[in-house]
Design a protein. Structure first.
Length: 157
């Protein structure tokens, strides 16, 4: 039986840190479903459809091999996406203790909702400072420092 995991997130934008977690997850699981979510409490910089399109291009070869699937299902619980793909696991990347505390509370909810086991994957130190929030902040810089901010943001994506 294949071990399939869901890697959910808003990925707004998808960063090198996210890609690092996907690489680690592929070492643990036969298939990884990258589920691009929408959080109604967050204002997006990039449309979900744009993120999906970028990820489909980035992971085209692995999709052809059946190792990665990219999806977005509006207003859908992670547990429901897991059932759709036959996944029993959720993968979440963590950078620090704050991330771990938050993800552990989410893990309890997903266990209750869908019987899903959450696997927390710590990022390597070189990725611990990267967050989508930081990238969005850099991309929002205007004025004389905007070019250097955009270049820094590009290094993280």
């Amino acid at each position: 039986m294949k071990k399939i995991a869901i890697f959910p997130g808003s990925f707004d934008p998808f960063t090198k840190g996210h890609a690092h977690i996907v690489e680690k997850a592929l070492d643990l699981f036969d298939e990884v479903v990258i589920f691009v979510t929408s959080n109604p409490n967050k204002k997006r910089m990039f449309e979900v459809s744009a993120i999906v399109a970028i990820l489909e291009i980035k992971y085209e070869e692995l999709e052809k091999e059946g190792r990665i699937h990219v999806c977005a299902m509006p207003n859908t619980l992670v547990a429901d996406v897991a059932r759709t793909y036959g996944a029993k696991y959720i993968v979440k990347g963590i950078r620090n203790a704050t991330d771990a505390d938050y993800e552990l509370s989410q893990a309890d909810a997903n266990k209750w909702l869908g019987g899903l086991q959450t696997v927390l994957i710590p990022c390597d130190k070189e990725y611990s400072h990267i967050s989508s929030t930081l990238v969005r902040s850099l991309l929002n810089v205007t004025g004389e420092h905007s070019e250097s901010a955009w270049l820094k943001a590009n290094e993280l994506m």
